[in-house]
Structures are given as C-alpha cells and as structure tokens.
Design a binder for this molecule. Sequence first.
Ligand code: AOF
Ligand code: ZN
Length: 377
Amino acid sequence: DQLAEKSKQSKAADARFMRLALTLGPRGQGRTWPNPAVGAVVVKDGVIVGRGWTQPGGRPHAEPEALKRAGEAARGATLYATLEPCSHFGKSPPCVDAIIAAGIARVVSAIEDPNPEVAGQGHAKLRAAGIKVDIGLGASEAAHDHAGHFSRIRDKRPHVILKLAVSPDDRIGAAGHKPVAITGDMAKARVHLLRAQCDAILVGIGTVLADDPLLTCRLPGMEARSPVRVVLDRALRIPGTAKLVHSARETPLWVMTSSLSEAPAAMKLGAAGAQVIRVATTKAPPPGLDLLAVLHALAERGITRLLVEGGARVASSFVAAGLVDEVWLLRGANPVGADGVPALDALPLSALTQSPTFKRRASETLQNDTLTIYERA
Ligand code: AOF
Ligand code: ZN
C-alpha cells in the first residue's frame, strides 16, 4: 500500500516536471529553426536544479543548457526532455554524451526524434550507459510542439498554419481594397505573437501590391523576433519600392518565383538584399507556383513552421491543395457586406471549418473578437 502510494506520488511528480519542460520548449519557437524548440529540466531529490531550452539558431540544445545550470547537482538526478536527446555529431556534440558525462541516473523523454540521425539511437545509447529511460510522458503535447520539425523530417515540408481574420459575414476585406478593420487590437497583438513563434510568414504578390505590408513582429521588445518573409511572386511583379524590399537587409525576404521570370528583376531584388528562389509552376491552369514545390524549397532551407497570412487566393490555394495543417480563425464583430472580399476566394469558409479534416483545438475571446484554432484531425 505504501509502495502504491509512493509510485502514485512519483508519477505525479514526473507529470509536473514534464509539464514544466513542455512550457520551456516553446520559448524558442520561431527562432531555433532548422532545429526543434526543445525544453529540458533536471531534478534532484524532488528539487529543480536546472532548466534549459534550445537557444536561438538551434544551438546549444536544451539538455546541455539545463545540465550547465545543474552543475554537480546533476549527478544521480533525473532529466526530463520534450524530445529524444540527440546521439549524433551534428553542429553540436551529442547531447547523450553530455547526459552520461554529467552522471544523470534517469531520463524521462516525451517522444522519439524521427530525425534518421537519431531515431531511437539516443534512447538506446543512454540505456547502454546504464541510465534508466522512460519514454512517452507528454508525447501528444510534444508532438504538437514539434509538429514543424516532424513534418520537415518526415514530409520535407514545414508545418503550415493558415491565419484568417474574417467578418461575421465571412469577408476578409471590403470591396476595392478599401481599408476596413476586421479585428481589434488584442487580436492583432495575438497575430504578432504568432508571427514571432513561426519561422517564416508567407503572402501572395496580390497582397503585397494591394497593402504594401511589412510582415514583421511589432510587439514591444520582440521586434528582433520577426520571421523570414516569403512572397509568392510567379512573374516577379514585386516593386523595388515595396516595404518588404526596403527592409530586406534587416529582416530576410525570400521571393519565390518561376524559372521563367526575368533575370534583371531578380538581380535587382538580390542587390536589395532579397533572396530569389525559383520553383516549379503548376501544370494545370490557373498559372501559379506549385505550392508543394514552394514548401519543399522552404523546408530545404530550414523552415519548420510556416504562417500563411493571405490573401484570399493564396489561402484558398493552400486549402484546395490540402496543405494546411492548422487554422487560426479570427472572427470580428462587424459585417463588411456582400460586396466584400470572400475569405477563401471561390471556396466557402465551411470548406475549412466543417471539414472532417479539421477538429477544433482551442477557442479564445479577444475583446470583441473570437479566435478558434483548428488542427488536422
Ligand atoms: C536535442 N535537443 O534541443 C534539439 C535537438 O545540427 P545539430 O547538432 O544542432 O543537430 C540538429 C538535430 O538535433 C535536429 O535535427 C534534431 O533532430 C535534434 N535537435 N535535439 O536533443 C535539442 N534542438
Ligand atoms: Zn542534442
């Protein structure tokens, strides 16, 4: 009976420390690419002696960060990690070597790393060194947090989040691109935070020509956390005067175009600090870039989490191609009117919200607006 009580307590403690590791990991989200944003906690005799998360640029990894803080206290301690500790010599030495050297007695790992360089070998090496390894606690939350890393490794494309801000009558803008407020300040701030938590943000050339957006994160103190800006621009129509081009030296700008677009235009963009990336176009009309080819090109360059922010044509193409993994639907309170721009071009919004492909994950009220997050079921 005492034994059962003790095991219940240690299970509860494990859950609590893994939950802490899962809150630390996402701190790095949006700036650890091409690496996942991992969290790690070192616990000795029930006391937290070290916490760590993957650092900007993906290095150092989370585990050495937590071990560094724990110092000598790591000897005989338990390490909680939201991803299998790595076993390979990449740009940093294997985390499992650091864990073994620190004298960790037990590792609780949320989920195996699908990276073929690791893929179970991290856990195996720890066990071979006599460390007790428990796998699977917090697995579903970890899989959610590492969705970008997993899809980049498994499908060679980033995790795609589509953000839509719509009026109660399913419009994303007024007729003739007249400026109209769809959502309020709090919703706007939430979107800017989401931008910081993504590696890249993508819009179509139509949006650039109509709105001249900057697409940076403008939350106070978080300006440095802006994602890479990506524009789909098949025929290279982006003007040199666009804010995106002007800011290309401070915040990366990648212009995705076809192999046929003009070389002088590409050179001008390059001279302004933008990167021009040529990808395949669709075989069937309407003419456009092959979205899967776009995603492969982004994943190849390290992007794990992509935010698609518009406009209606880009949004509907991603939906129609089945390339959306997560939807952030912000709904404002003021109708725009029947002549407004429909959210998904020709598709009804119900193609998304009522689709069996998606299930509701969460809902939030933001002043007069609501945010609903849908995820692949
Ligand atoms: C961990 N902890 O915090 C991260 C891991 O090039 P490298 O050496 O930085 O290795 C990158 C790979 O390491 C990455 O693809 C992923 O499999 C793993 N990331 N692993 O144990 C971490 N960020
Ligand atoms: Zn590592």
